[in-house]
Design a protein around this ligand. Structure first.
Ligand code: HAM
Length: 420
C-alpha cells in the first residue's frame, strides 16, 4: 500500500464541506473590505523566495521544496504568498491601476518542510491578504480589524492579538547592530542556528525555541528603544486606531516574525485559552513590508498583509467546540419500489437537477427501509416514495421530513412542485 506523504492530509467529504463553507465566508468578507482575489502559480523561481523572504530565514534555509526542472531552472514550491503577490504586482505594473491601494487576497496550498505536529503540515492552505501602495496607519488598522472580524465571524472568542513595531529600515539596522553587540560575547553558549543567525539575522535569536530561556535573551535590548521618531509616531497612530475601534491587543517587543521583509507593524493572532494544550498557538501572522518591492526590483511602494491557514482556523474551531452552521444540505430523496418506478425516478431526477433541485435516489437496490435511512443520512428535507401504485394513479405524497407532514400532488407535477 502506498501511503500519503508525511505532513500532508486528505480532506475527505465530511471535511471539505467545512472548507467550502469557510472559504465562501472568507470570500464574502473580502467583498465587504473591497479586496479582490489573485491567483499566482504554485511554483516560482527559487530566487524570488531567497531574496524576498530572506536567505537567512528558516523558511529559505531549511523548509523549501526546491528542485531543478528539466530546463535546469531552480524552482520552489511556494512556502508563502506575499513574495509571489508582490512579484505579480511588479510584473503586472499594478502601481498604474486606477484603484489604489491595490487590495488583494489569495487562498491556496503552500509548502514547507517542517516537523509534523497538530496544526503544522508540509502542505497547508493559506488564506492571505495584501494591501499594496499605501503607507498609512489606517490601512494597518484595517488589516488588523479584518483579522479580528474573520475569526470572530466564525464565533471564536479565545483570541489574543499581539503586536509590535519593528520600525523602519533605519531603525531595524540600528537595532540589529545593538543585538550583534549584545549577543557576540555569549554566542558560544547558543545553539548552532543562533550562532549562524548572529550576523545574518540577529533578531531571530529573540524567538529561538531552543535558547528562549537564556539570560542574554531576557536582557537583550528592546526594539522599542531603537525606534526612531517616525517609526514611533507611525506605531502610535496604528495603536490609536485600534483603540478607537475597540480592538484589544498586547504589545510584545520580542515579536519579530520569521520572515525578513517586515518593517513597522508586525502582529500575530494566538489561541488564548488556558485549557488549550496544543503546541501550536499562532493562528495568523502578518505585518508591513516597506522595502520588499524595491528589494524585488519593483517601484518604491509599500505594503501590509497577513496570512492564516485554514487548517489552524479549523483547529481553533474544534478547540472552542464550535460547530459551523452550514444549513440544510439536501432537498429531495426519491425512494423507489420496483424497476418501473426506478426508471421513472432516473428521468425526473434528471429534470429536477436541471431545475436546481438537489436530489438523489437509491442505486444499491435497498429495501424501502434502507432507502429511508439513506434519506436520513443525507439530511434530505423531503422524500417521496414511487411505486407501481403511484405510477398508476399519477399521485404522490411529498413528505416534509422535519414536520412529518405530507402533500398529495400529481406525480407528473413533481418537478414543477420543487421548482417553485
Ligand atoms: P507566516 O507567519 O509564515 O507568514 O504564516 C502565516 C500563517 O500561516 C501562520 O500563522 C499559520 O496560520 C499558517 N502556517 C504557516 N506554516 C504552517 C504550517 N506548516 N502548517 C499549517 N499552517 C501554517 C506568512 O506566510 C506571511 N506571508 C504572512 C504575510 C502576508 N505577511 C504579510 N503579508
Amino acid at each position: 500500500m502506498i501511503n500519503i506523504p508525511r505532513g500532508t492530509q486528505d480532506i475527505l467529504p465530511e471535511e471539505t464541506k467545512k472548507w467550502r463553507y469557510i472559504e465562501a465566508r472568507l470570500d464574502q468578507l473580502m467583498e465587504l473590505y473591497n479586496y479582490e482575489e489573485i491567483r499566482t502559480p504554485i511554483f516560482e523561481s527559487t530566487e524570488l523566495f531567497a531574496r524576498g523572504v530572506g536567505d537567512s530565514t528558516d523558511v529559505v534555509q531549511k523548509e523549501m521544496y526546491t528542485f531543478k526542472d528539466k530546463g535546469d531552472r531552480s524552482i520552489t514550491l511556494r512556502p508563502e504568498g506575499t513574495a509571489a503577490v508582490v512579484r505579480s504586482y511588479i510584473e503586472n505594473k499594478m502601481q498604474g491601476l486606477p484603484n489604489q491601494p491595490v487590495k488583494l487576497y489569495y487562498n491556496g496550498p503552500m509548502f514547507r518542510y517542517e516537523r509534523k505536529q497538530k496544526g503544522r503540515y508540509r502542505q497547508f492552505t493559506q488564506f492571505g491578504v495584501e494591501a499594496i501602495g499605501a503607507e498609512h496607519p489606517s490601512i494597518d488598522a484595517e488589516i488588523l480589524a479584518m483579522v479580528m472580524h474573520i475569526y470572530q465571524s466564525f464565533g471564536l472568542k479565545h483570541l489574543k492579538l499581539v503586536i509590535n513595531s519593528i520600525g523602519d529600515i533605519d531603525s531595524r539596522k540600528e537595532y540589529n547592530n545593538a543585538l550583534v553587540k549584545h549577543f557576540e560575547p555569549v554566542i558560544e553558549d547558543f545553539c548552532k542556528d543562533c550562532q549562524a543567525r548572529l550576523h545574518t539575522n540577529p533578531m531571530r535569536i529573540l524567538d529561538c525555541k531552543v535558547d528562549k530561556d537564556k539570560e542574554a535573551v531576557k536582557t537583550a535590548p528592546r526594539i522599542t528603544e531603537y525606534l526612531n521618531e517616525d517609526s514611533k509616531a507611525y506605531f502610535a497612530e496604528v495603536k490609536q486606531h485600534l483603540d478607537d475601534l475597540g480592538i484589544k491587543y498586547e504589545e510584545d517587543p520580542n515579536l519579530v516574525r520569521g520572515l525578513d521583509y517586515y518593517t513597522h507593524t508586525a502582529f500575530e493572532l494566538m489561541i488564548d485559552n488556558p485549557n488549550y494544550d496544543g503546541a501550536i498557538t499562532t493562528l495568523c501572522g502578518g505585518g508591513r513590508y516597506n522595502g520588499l518591492l524595491e528589494l524585488l526590483d519593483g517601484p518604491s511602494q509599500t505594503g501590509i498583509g497577513f496570512a492564516l491557514s485554514i487548517e489552524r482556523l479549523l483547529l481553533a474551531l474544534e478547540e472552542e467546540g464550535i460547530d459551523l452552521d452550514m444549513g440544510h444540505e439536501f432537498d429531495l430523496f426519491i425512494v423507489t419500489m420496483g424497476e418501473e418506478a426506478d426508471r421513472y425516478a432516473v428521468k425526473i431526477l434528471n429534470d429536477l437537477r436541471r431545475d436546481g433541485v438537489k436530489a438523489d435516489k437509491d442505486y444499491m437496490e435497498r429495501k424501502v427501509k434502507g432507502q429511508m435511512k439513506q434519506a436520513d443520512r443525507l439530511n434530505a428535507k423531503y422524500t417521496v416514495v414511487i411505486g407501481d401504485q403511484e405510477l398508476e394513479d399519477n399521485k404522490i405524497n411529498v413528505k416534509d421530513m422535519q414536520s412529518g407532514e405530507s402533500d398529495l400532488i400529481e406525480l407528473s407535477k413533481l418537478v414543477n412542485y420543487f421548482k417553485n
